[in-house]
Structure formats: C-alpha cells, structure tokens
Design a binder for this molecule. Structure first.
Ligand code: FES
Length: 110
C-alpha cells in the first residue's frame, strides 16, 4: 500500500517522472524518476534510513532539505548520501546505513 498523495485537495495531481524500479535492502521498490529517494521510500512506508553507530538509534527524514544528515543512506555502494535531496534513478541500489556502512554489510559480518 502506498502512502503517496495522488490528488492533493489544493495542489491537485503532482507532476511525476516516469515510473522506475530500485532496490531497498535487497527488495524491489518503485518510485518516480527525479523525485527524492526519500520520497519514494516514504511513499512505500519506509521510515528508518539509518541507525546511529554508538547508540543504535533509528533516524529518518528530519529537515528534508539536505541539512541534518538524518536521512543518509548507502546509495549505489556509497555511504552518507542525503536521500532527501538526491534524485531517484532507474536501478539504484539503496541500503539502510549503519554507522558508515550498509546494514546488509553489518548483517553479513555477524
Ligand atoms: S532529512 Fe535532513 S538531510 Fe535529509
């Protein structure tokens, strides 16, 4: 189920790019090309983008303008990508970040 706003009562239908697929922690998801990665994740119900290394606390969208780093994730193997300001592209690999690496790498190491 999507939590995406499809027809806003004041703003109407949003302009969208073409539908693209990407993976999030190994599972296939869909979003619209050019929208922030965080928007595509939020529309699919994903709230946690990373965990802090020291306290293991979850973090997600906070400022949504690229200032706070709470939304950073591992994108295409590169950590610390601010997903609230990074446009979604076809075939992207997005992973929950744990400390400065992906949570997938952490699970493999355990
Ligand atoms: S939510 Fe603050 S940088 Fe993305």
């Amino acid at each position: 189920m999507s939590s995406r706003i499809e027809n806003h009562p004041i703003l109407g239908k949003p302009e969208t790019g073409r539908k693209v697929s990407f993976t999030y922690d190994g599972k296939k998801y869909y979003g619209f090309e050019g929208e922030p990665i965080a928007a595509a994740l939020k529309a699919s119900g994903v709230m946690v983008h990373r965990y802090t290394q020291k306290e293991h606390r979850p973090r997600g969208i906070f400022c949504a303008i690229g200032r706070c780093t709470d939304c950073v994730m591992v994108v295409n193997g590169k950590p610390n990508i601010r997903t609230c300001v990074t446009p979604l592209e076809e075939g992207m690999t997005v992973e929950t970040q744990y400390g400065v690496s992906s949570i997938m790498q952490k699970r493999k190491a355990e």
